[in-house]
Design a protein around this ligand. Structure first.
Ligand SMILES: [Zn+2]
Length: 81
């Protein structure tokens, strides 16, 4: 065993070293993926299992938050000119 632990991608099974890849923590449980693509695919399939009545309000509130952050950024850069 080397210094770094070997991890296994939960989506495709590829092995990678700790510190690389993408780690997602949900409710204290850790999910590890070797690439962003695998993490995204996992999320896509996870979302299919979450009822829209739960997922939609959360998605809408996040979208609103991001929209406001973008607006603020745009206002700040507009002030520079
Ligand atoms: Zn993978």
């Amino acid at each position: 065993m080397g210094k770094k632990n070997k991890m296994k991608c939960m989506y495709c099974g590829r092995t990678f070293f700790e510190g690389q890849g993408v780690t997602i923590v949900i409710g204290g449980e850790t999910f590890r993926f070797h690439s962003k693509k695998c993490a995204l695919e996992f999320f896509r399939r996870l979302m299919e299992r979450i009822p829209p009545e739960s997922a939609l309000p959360a998605a809408k509130s996040l979208a609103r938050e991001l929209e406001e952050a973008i607006k603020k950024k745009e206002e700040l850069s507009a002030k520079k000119f």
